[in-house]
Design a protein around this ligand. Structure first.
Ligand code: NAD
Ligand code: TYD
Length: 350
């Protein structure tokens, strides 16, 4: 039996990863450490709650004593760090919270695994791996005028939001621990995820739930910003491939070659939901709004033999819309709070 400690496993990608791993691999025990912030939804884990291979620990990754205790008690073979403040708009409101969890929380985890894994009981065994779940946003923003340009693993870091600056900083610490202590690490940098269980503050769920509530879509700025979309299950299968087959110390890009402007995505959602093409409003733009993300994951595919399974974006979008339609109890409690938050940001003039 292998033990995998995930942090942030009650969030969007983490909960998908817990379910994905338990359903695909019989010999894995999942321990989930999550602080249950506003971004978590314990209901995302209802289907695994009674699985004897699943354990939940309520706690903060910044709590260094707790993290050490958990690592000592469960002796994980793998640690996958999903826990983060993940919303760019919130990072513009409160950058310090992002430094706290995303940077200091990462260091707390790195210290704990370095000390546990290098102790005489187990000296950086080949089975040990720490995986930092990072983002393509650390590379900054691409231009719409150079459509062939994409991010590569060794593109220069150029974060432009407090969120991406905190993620880039954490990545630098992960690499520093690999160099300094020989810690077996990987970094995955994935593009924008979509799929079930994503918080209603994020682009696709916000549009879908606005429309389900009889409201309208909301496009920041001119709506021409481009994101490179990947289904969350494909991100999960990539993480597993990196964890089990990746070369220690390496950074892997994860993406599915699916660039779409926000306006294209919203148009597809409106059409799939039987609404008029102009059922949306242009709203005040996000300050420092990154124009375009696109990444080249060919090295990850070639080296690990990983391929995304969800290749039809419109089909994935329709399934995601149906999921929100059929699971309104999962998101309704957060919807009004989230819209009130966006309204507050607007009133403060940003
Ligand atoms: P999310 O906001 O949905 O979930 C974050 C989870 O972390 C929540 O369950 C929350 O309770 C938990 N958490 C937050 N602070 C914590 C702390 N201090 N201690 C313990 N738990 C804490 O985020 P997500 O979209 O699932 O993203 C997961 C990871 O993937 C993040 O590191 C993010 O940077 C990265 N990522 C996300 C995307 C995307 O499109 N969502 C793309 C690439 C990378
Ligand atoms: P988001 O889901 O916040 O992810 P990120 O900023 O990390 O890429 O936003 C995705 C894109 O959608 C981004 O360009 C901002 C835009 N957006 C809107 O146009 N309207 C919205 O209501 C939201 C939440 C985002």
């Amino acid at each position: 039996m292998r033990t995998c400690l995930v942090t942030g496993g009650a969030g969007f990608i983490g909960s998908n990863f817990v379910r994905y791993t338990l359903s695909h691999y019989d010999d894995v025990r999942m321990v989930n450490l999550d602080a249950l912030t506003y971004a978590a939804n314990p209901a995302s884990l209802d289907s695994v709650r009674d699985d004897p291979r699943y354990e939940f620990v309520h706690g903060n990754i910044c709590d260094r004593a707790l993290v050490r205790r958990i690592v000592d008690e469960y002796r994980p073979d793998y640690v996958v760090n999903f826990a983060a403040e993940s919303h760019v708009d919130r990072s513009i409101e409160n950058p310090a919270a992002f430094v706290e969890t995303n940077v200091l929380g990462t260091i707390s985890l790195l210290d704990a695994v370095r000390d546990a894994w290098a102790s005489p009981r187990a000296s950086f065994a080949s089975t040990h791996r720490y995986l930092q779940v990072s983002t393509d946003e650390v590379y900054g923003s691409l231009s719409l005028d150079a459509p062939r340009e994409k991010f590569h693993p060794d593109s220069p870091l150029d974060p432009r939001s407090p969120y991406s600056a905190s993620k880039a900083s954490a990545d630098q610490f992960v690499n520093a621990y690999a160099e300094t202590y020989g810690l077996p690490v990987n970094i995955s940098r994935c593009s924008n995820n979509y799929g079930p269980y994503q918080h209603v503050e994020k682009f696709i769920p916000r549009q879908v739930t606005n429309l389900l509530n009889g409201g309208r879509g909301k496009l920041f700025g001119d709506g021409l910003n481009v994101r490179d979309w990947i289904h969350v299950e494909d991100h999960c299968s990539a993480i597993w491939a990196i964890l089990t087959r990746g070369a220690p110390g390496r950074t892997y890009l994860v993406g599915a070659d699916c660039e779409r402007s926000n306006r294209e995505v919203l148009t597809a959602i409106l059409q799939a939901m039987g609404r008029e093409p102009n059922d949306f409003d242009y709203v005040r733009d996000r300050p420092g709004h990154d124009r375009r993300y696109a990444l080249d994951a060919s090295a990850t595919r070639a080296e690990l033999g990983w391929e995304p399974a969800h290749r039809d974006f419109l089909a994935g979008l329709r399934e995601t819309i149906a999921w929100y339609e059929n699971n309104s109890s999962w998101w309704e409690g957060e919807k009004d709070k989230t819209e009130a938050w966006y309204e507050g940001v607007g009133k403060r003039g940003r």
